[in-house]
Each structure stands twice: as C-alpha cells, then as structure tokens.
Design a protein around this ligand. Structure first.
Ligand code: PRP
Length: 208
C-alpha cells in the first residue's frame, strides 16, 4: 500500500479529483466527512487528510510515502523530500502587497507581516532590503491597514482579499502551484508504485 497525505480543503479536493482522473481514488471527496483517513484497497492507496502546512512533515518523516503540497510551503519549510511533479493546480502567486498609498522609506527597515518568515527573509536578502518580520498566522491583510506593518508577504490567488481590504500588489515574487512530493526512502523501497503514480499524474496534468 502507498500512504498518501493530502491537504484538507480546496487544494485537497482538486488533488483528489486529479488522482481520480489518473485512476486512483474511489468515491466522492464529499463522502469523507470528519474521517481523516480512507483506504482504497483497489488502487492500493491509504489517504490521510491533514492540514496543508503539515503534509510535508508527514512525508519527510515517512508517516506518508507521498503527498500533495503547495510550493509556498516547500519554499518555507525546505523539507528533505523529493519533489516529483508540478500538478499545476492551486495556482497562485507569492506577492508583496501594501495599502494603495504605500511609499517605501529606505531610511528604516521595512516592516513585513507574513506567515512565510523564511521565504520573506530570503526574498528581501536577495534584493538587499533590510526588514523587520512580523510573524502572523492568518488574516495578514489587516496588518498594513491597522499600521502593524508596512507591507505583507503572502499568497494571492484571485486578489479578492486584497481588494476587499484596500490593498494592492507591490511586487510579484514567485509562482506557486501544488507539487507531488515523495519520502526519500519510500522512493527506493516503493519505487514501482510511486513512479507509476507520478507518471499517471503527469498524464492527466498534461491533458488538463
Ligand atoms: C490565503 C492568503 C490570502 C488569501 C488569498 O488565505 O493568505 O489571505 O488566501 O486569496 P485570494 O487572492 O483569492 O483572495 P487563507 O484563505 O489561507 O486564510 P488565512 O487568512 O487564514 O491565511
């Protein structure tokens, strides 16, 4: 059996639909209810639904052989896993955003509110801008509005959260999408099953 960690929520639904098109999965995602795991004997896959930010932890430590995780989380956590496929779902952008009247004041460090501390530090180091990071766990769009930060460093998908809070994109930093990741020793010991899943996923991604 292959143990697979999927992110709960919207991305997990899309990933599960992709797996179903590739010949895996059985039944509807909506049937899962509150149960966090489900065994598909026919295709030989055990699915676990975990918090999106935890998928890479399960896979890195071998509790899951494979998983689906956003590139934003891979860039932030740098887990020791193989990244095999770009699944081209969950597409969004990592952006810097600020209030509409924002002007950078280079005489002092820029105050950056974000969930993605490591990625923000890397980005600003790469452009040589001094920053003070303000770590938040969500609703980061409020930070510049309330004067807690100058900018936010966050993912933007439709842009509606920014618009609703009167913010604008200042810089597009990177493109994000979901990736199929693999535990390093599982890749050796379950290589046939994992390669097959990766190839089948590639097949459906290409035709999407
Ligand atoms: C994410 C992200 C933005 C929003 C962007 O938040 O942090 O707030 O989605 O999407 P949009 O461009 O389509 O509006 P999430 O829904 O994960 O909630 P959070 O505030 O708890 O991070």
């Amino acid at each position: 059996m292959l143990n697979m960690a999927l992110p709960k929520g919207r991305l997990g639904e899309k990933a599960y639909a992709l797996l179903s098109s590739a010949g895996y999965g059985s039944g509807e995602y909506s049937d899962i209810g509150r149960k966090l795991s489900f065994c598909d004997e026919k295709s030989g896959v055990n699915y676990f639904w975990v918090k999106p930010a935890d998928v890479a932890v399960y896979v890195e430590r071998g509790a899951a052989d494979v998983g689906v995780v956003g590139k934003d989380i891979l860039e932030e956590e740098c887990p020791d896993v193989y990244e095999l496929n770009d699944l081209k779902i969950g597409k969004c952008k990592m952006c810097v955003a600020a209030c509409k009247d924002f002007k950078d004041d280079f005489s002092r460090p820029l105050r950056v509110a974000t969930k993605f501390v490591h990625s923000a530090e890397e980005y600003y180091a790469s452009i040589g801008r001094r920053i003070t990071v303000i770590k938040l766990n969500g609703s980061v769009e409020l930070a510049p509005v309330l004067g807690l930060s100058d900018v936010i460093f966050d993912i933007v998908e439709t842009g509606s959260t920014l618009r609703a809070n009167g913010l604008k994109v200042v810089e597009e930093v990177s493109e994000i999408s979901a990736r199929f990741i693999v535990n390093k020793s599982s890749y050796k010991f379950k290589s046939r099953d994992i390669t097959q899943m990766s190839e089948k996923l590639n097949g459906v991604v290409e035709t999407c």
